[in-house]
Design a protein around this ligand. Structure first.
Ligand SMILES: Cc1cc2nc3c(=O)[nH]c(=O)nc-3n(C[C@H](O)[C@H](O)[C@H](O)COP(=O)(O)OP(=O)(O)OC[C@H]3O[C@@H](n4cnc5c(N)ncnc54)[C@H](O)[C@@H]3O)c2cc1C
Length: 339
């Protein structure tokens, strides 16, 4: 079964079989049927690089359902479309997800890398994750602290907990979030692009205005996977020591730096896009894959690109950035197979 329609890079990897998971209650029977056979989990495929044949059964998460209480507790099934959920929660009168508008993917995948944008991360709003445990064959709950959220990371990316890509232990079935009634909400507009957009407004923007502005900025900055295959940012912004950041800044005063006081005063993120652009990759093309000409962090499939070509380009970029700046770029999407 070809998975090109199930990953936004549109790589033509084949899986042994595909099962659409439509209900939580079917996971028990699926566990029995698969036994110890290899399996992998896919939501919308907007954060995976399927670079080779997937010798496993792909479980597509398609469980839907959503509800919100008067107190702003939002419960979403894992197969809900994330962006639709954000806009729906605002329409119900609750704020908190507006900065995360237009991120592709499913609600169930959102905790995996603790999705984040414009100064807000999922972990800032999440109460708990519910997941099917393939090992103990029951549902389990992970409270916010159990998820060990950090920048683009969570316990579900830890192979010692989640296992290898072709035997994931936990299938997320539901997430529970705490939102705030719009009249009581304060919006987060510290991020430079948002500050600039609302500079002259003369009042705090509404959560809906923040969402609309985020959508506008994202549409201008990022290529739409419907037009050209991509997984958004291909690399994480590297986290370096303050000392290394200062050293880099002395040599390159225009390198964007983002302090991380909530994690450690000694650490600092630097812009991966800037590093890649300075190595001359923006708009570069290698066969049918390349680096987007509008955003150096986005690798694209121009049509007939292969997983092997994407990996080769990613490797070429990593080597060039290490050679020029001494900084290693860690990929953001998950590789299936690993490596
Ligand atoms: C144009 C574009 C822009 C993007 N912008 C951002 C951004 O601003 N911020 C950001 O954080 N991300 C961004 N992303 C990345 C992506 O949208 C998110 O990581 C999203 O949460 C992935 O959802 P998905 O359903 O497509 O997951 P998939 O790509 O299908 O899966 C991702 C990982 O999660 C696992 N997984 C998926 N569903 C489940 C489940 N139910 N249970 C257990 N494991 C599961 C998969 O096995 C895989 O390891 C962007 C991607 C694109 C294409």
């Amino acid at each position: 079964m070809n998975l090109s329609a199930h990953n936004t890079l549109r790589l033509p990897a084949r899986a042994d079989d595909v099962i659409e998971v439509l209900q939580v209650s079917s996971l028990s029977a699926i566990s029995d049927a698969l036994g110890e056979q290899p399996r992998c989990i896919l939501g919308s495929g907007s954060n995976v690089v399927l670079h080779a044949p997937i010798n496993a059964t792909a479980l597509l998460c398609r469980i839907t359902g959503r509800a919100i209480t008067d107190q702003g507790v939002l419960i979403a099934s894992a197969g809900e479309n994330w962006h639709e959920l954000v806009m729906w929660s605002l329409a119900q009168g609750f704020a908190g997800l507006e900065n995360l508008a237009l991120i592709p993917g499913t609600a169930g995948a959102a905790p995996i890398q603790n999705i984040g944008a414009y100064g807000v991360e999922l972990g800032d709003r999440l109460i708990r994750v519910t997941a099917w445990d393939f090992q103990e064959r029951c549902l389990k709950q992970f409270e916010n602290a159990d998820c060990q959220f950090s920048y683009r990371n969570s316990i579900f990316k830890n192979p010692e907990v989640q296992g290898p890509w072709n035997r994931p232990r936990y299938f997320i079935t539901e997430i529970t979030l705490q939102l705030t009634a719009i009249p009581l909400a304060t919006v987060q507009t510290e991020y430079a692009d948002l500050r600039a957009a609302f500079d002259k407004l003369g009042r705090a923007p509404t959560p809906l205005e923040v969402a609309q502005t985020v959508i506008g900025i994202r549409k201008k900055k990022l290529p739409d996977p419907a037009d050209i295959g991509n997984v958004g940012s291909f690399f994480k912004n590297p986290v370096v020591s303050q000392l290394q950041a200062q050293h880099l800044s002395l040599l390159h005063p225009d390198l964007p730096r983002y302090p991380m006081p909530e994690q450690s005063a000694d650490l600092c993120k630097v812009s991966a896009a800037w590093l890649i652009e300075r190595c001359g990759f923006k708009g570069a093309r290698r066969g049918d894959v390349g680096v987007h000409d509008g955003h150096a962090l986005v690798l694209v499939n121009h049509g007939g690109g292969t997983g092997r070509e994407i990996l080769a380009l990613a490797h070429e970029i990593q080597q060039a950035v290490v050679a020029k700046f001494g900084v290693f770029l860690e990929p953001e999407p998950m590789f299936m197979p690993e490596g």
